[in-house]
Write a protein that binds this ligand. Structure first.
Ligand code: EPZ
Length: 425
């Protein structure tokens, strides 16, 4: 028994939609509260499934957590009651692996279940582990668990093989309490890394350079409680920007931060979209019929984000001419393509590139299935632009990352309802 979205396509959407807090910032920030005893006040935390999974994991280590207000989370760390993150909690969400660095740093010992594969690719954790080893930890992988132990962690130079977001976060957190200075090179530069570093600095860490490819972490003896406001969700912002373009610009997006997805804006401007920012409101001018096709390649930040790849594909399918999407971050992130084809898009894949033949005037409503949360959001956008009734299955993916998605879309005028299905997972 599970839920699906039933969408009656063809409605005209308009109004203002507000962007919420970033899931991918909040998750590592929540994990970082394992580093120190004290009280943490976190504002702008999205209330969604992945956050609940992380809260459950923190509670497992003895932390006390409550919502003070709808997006204000209070976490009290009275000292950790354990060092092991079990499979049943880690398997729900890969980002659970982010507890490894903080626990290793604070307890000098941590044992975390391997996260396993997921729909968008194998996604190993080798870069994280190499970093911990460099800091002096002994790593043993046995029985599906990674165990890391260290008498002490010592700062050193670590060069990542690839600017992995999770590895940068995990290693940065572990280094905060190491002896001496850690220099992390080829670090990920995503805005979420900077947000985490700001939070860690508020806890008493000494980090400079976050947001660039070299991060310097001077180890400190201890950290303490802190207050922090999580940045807005740039992927949610991007999703609503696409929704607005599909609607000819009738949706105003509030709280989008251009610098966080500069490349995305540039690509859309190249297609012919015009953005005007007035205060915090983004006004969008776009005429679907006159937009130009475009070629994009997903890359680590500041490149085009992989998390906004499936959404722009909806636009590409409707714009005249051929567009391409080359996916270089994940090996298997085109699972939405067969579903889009069922909705009437013309796409073929060769290796890591999708060729999209545009010109679809209206998608043709049918039953489709979400394969990950971004793919799920894209199918919803396509459903809104379809003729007839679309059923998007497996929306538990969407629930992991989009706070109040149907509520926000309904407010804009979409006809979308959550339906419970006997045969849904
Ligand atoms: C983060 O995942 C995000 N998740 C993802 O968000 C996002 O798609 C991704 O970064 C890329 O931007 C969170 O922040 C919680 P990576 P992460 O480590 O940290 C390979 C969403 O929709 N790799 O930068 O797991 C890996 O397999 C999502 O919200 C290794 O080989 O991403 C992938 O191909 C899903 N070994 C590439 O690097 C490692 O040790 C990038 O992964 C680590 C990663």
């Amino acid at each position: 028994m599970g839920y699906a979205y039933k969408i009656e396509g063809g409605s005209k959407l308009s109004g203002i939609v507000e962007v919420g807090g970033a899931k991918n910032s909040a998750l590592p920030i929540l994990a970082a509260t394992l580093l120190a005893k004290g009280r943490f006040d976190l504002e702008n935390v999205p209330n969604l499934k992945d956050i609940h999974s992380m809260i459950e994991l923190l509670a497992h280590f003895g932390l006390e957590i409550h919502w003070e207000n709808p997006n204000h989370l209070v976490i009290i760390n009275p000292g950790l009651t354990g060092i092991e993150a079990p499979y049943n909690l880690v398997k729900k969400m890969r980002a659970s692996f982010l507890v490894m660095g903080p626990i290793l740093a604070s307890e000098r010992h941590s044992r975390v279940s391997l996260p396993g594969g997921c729909a968008i690719g194998a996604r190993p954790v080798d870069y994280h582990l190499k970093g911990f080893e460099k800091l002096g930890a002994k790593i043993v992988i046995e029985h599906g668990y990674v165990e890391a132990k260290a008498d002490k962690l010592v700062g050193t130079k670590i060069i990542l093989d690839f600017p992995s977001v999770g590895a940068t976060e995990n290693i940065m957190m572990a280094s905060t309490l190491a002896e001496g200075t850690t220099i992390l090179e080829n670090a990920a530069r995503e805005p979420e890394i900077e947000d985490l570093a700001n939070f860690l600095n508020a806890m008493g860490a000494k980090i400079i350079g976050a947001g660039s490819s070299t991060i310097v972490i001077e180890g400190v003896d201890h950290l303490h409680g802190a207050k922090h406001r999580v940045i807005n969700d740039r992927i949610q912002a991007g999703t609503f920007i696409i929704a607005s373009i599909l609607q000819g610009g009738s949706i105003i997006v509030k709280g989008a931060v251009r610098e966080h997805i500069e490349k995305f804006y540039e690509v859309l401007e190249k297609m012919g979209v015009v953005f005007t920012e007035i205060d915090e409101e983004l006004h969008i001018e776009a005429d679907l019929k006159n937009l130009k096709p475009v070629n994009i390649k997903t890359m680590p930040h500041p490149g085009y984000p992989t998390d906004l790849q499936s959404q722009i594909m909806i636009l590409m399918a409707m714009v005249n001419g051929e567009s391409t999407v080359a996916e270089t971050v994940f090996e298997n992130r085109f699972m939405h393509v067969p579903e889009l084809e069922r909705l009437g898009a013309h796409i073929h894949i060769e290796g890591h590139t999708a060729f999209i033949k545009g010109g679809v005037e209206k998608f043709s409503a049918t039953e489709v299935m979400a394969s990950d949360l971004r793919a799920g959001a894209s199918l919803v956008l396509a459903g809104i632009m379809a003729e007839g009734e679309t059923l998007v299955r497996r929306i538990y993916h969407i629930d992991r990352g989009y706070d109040k998605f149907e509520e926000k879309l309904t407010k804009l005028g979409a006809k979308i309802t959550r339906v419970r299905l006997e045969d849904e997972v």
